[in-house]
Ligand binder design. Structure first.
Ligand code: NCD
Length: 309
């Protein structure tokens, strides 16, 4: 198969396993490109992409922008905090105004779950979801699986635990879908209050004891506690959270094997992960960031080739 089955990347939920394979094969090629002295290809010279960020972002925004520029696309950037959204404009009006400037693709981060799906039903451009509230963050899950594949050879059959605030995390849901699509065994681990009620319907193992989870897994993906999405206390104190659900070097050294540690960033050092783990060889956190550019180049390139047809 040489093209994606979808016209937008709204969530991993809408992808087939063959889409993921195609994205990874394409990313392998772009990873080679971005390690050349001239890190750029002319592929998307005729494509204009708008990055619309209605929520804060560091890594994801920079990563998308770099991916677009490495493909030679024209890029415009928009941050809600500096825009007319604050003056009461609707999402569709904002985006239609941007599209009337002849934009072909929209990369959007938005606090509302389903914002990307909504937009794809109303405007005529290819949409990439860069995170919609606590729902999905598909390119993060793709770059996470790509990094596991790079480190361990394949994703299929691997035991992966996602640790922390599963309830408020879009990274968790997209990772669960992506890992299952590729045949990995998935476990979630965290305080009961931070595990969603519907978790059993997702076909994952559930564990509230971190040591047991780490003994089971090949890979642990450590998530940040999403304090900005909490209006009540979900655990007694940060100190207690890190004692029960944080990884530190002593805990990892006490396991009878070496596991791979991942984190989507931003890290809260000393909460979900200590510095001696985050900065160790066991952690592939910066490889994830590096792979993010190649994976996003692949997604954008493959979606753009469908627009051009
Ligand atoms: C994540 C996000 O924004 O969902 N970060 C990211 O995109 N790299 C995770 C987080 O904010 O904790």
């Amino acid at each position: 198969m040489s093209e994606l089955s979808v016209n937008h990347l709204l969530g991993i939920k809408y992808l087939k396993a063959s889409d993921v394979d195609l994205i990874f094969e394409t990313a392998d090629h772009f990873k080679e490109v971005i390690n050349r002295p001239i890190k750029k290809v002319p592929s998307l010279r005729d494509i204009t992409i708008a990055n619309l960020f209605f929520e804060n972002s560091t890594r994801t925004k920079l990563s998308f922008e770099l991916a677009e520029k490495r493909l030679s696309a024209d890029v415009i950037n928009f941050s809600a905090s500096q825009s007319s959204v604050k003056k009461g404009e609707t999402l569709i009006d904002t985006v239609n105004n941007i599209l009337s400037m002849k934009v072909d693709m929209v990369v959007m981060r938005h606090p509302n779950p389903g914002a990307g799906v909504f937009l794809s039903n109303h405007i005529n451009a290819s949409i990439v979801n860069a995170g919609d509230g606590a729902h999905e963050h598909p390119t993060q899950a793709l770059l996470d699986s790509y990094s596991i594949r790079e480190k361990l050879g394949e994703v299929k059959g691997k035991n992966v635990v996602i640790v922390g605030d599963i309830l408020h995390s879009r990274v968790a849901l997209s990772n669960i879908y992506a890992l299952q699509l590729q045949g990995a065994n998935v476990m979630v681990c965290g305080p009961k209050t931070l595990l969603p009620k519907y978790i059993n319907k997702l076909g994952v193992k559930v564990e509230t004891n971190l040591r047991k989870a780490l003994e089971w897994c090949d890979v642990a993906n450590m998530l940040r506690v999403q304090n900005e999405r909490m209006d009540i206390n979900y655990f007694p104190s940060t100190r207690e959270y890190s004692q029960q659900f944080g990884v530190n070097k002593a805990l990892l050294n006490s396991l009878n094997k070496e596991i791979v540690i991942m984190h989507p960033g931003p890290i809260n050092r000393g909460v979900e992960i200590t510095s001696d783990v985050a900065d160790s060889d066991q952690a592939i956190i910066l490889d994830q960031v590096q792979n993010g550019v190649a994976v996003r180049m692949a997604v954008i390139y493959l979606l753009a080739s469908k627009i051009k047809q």
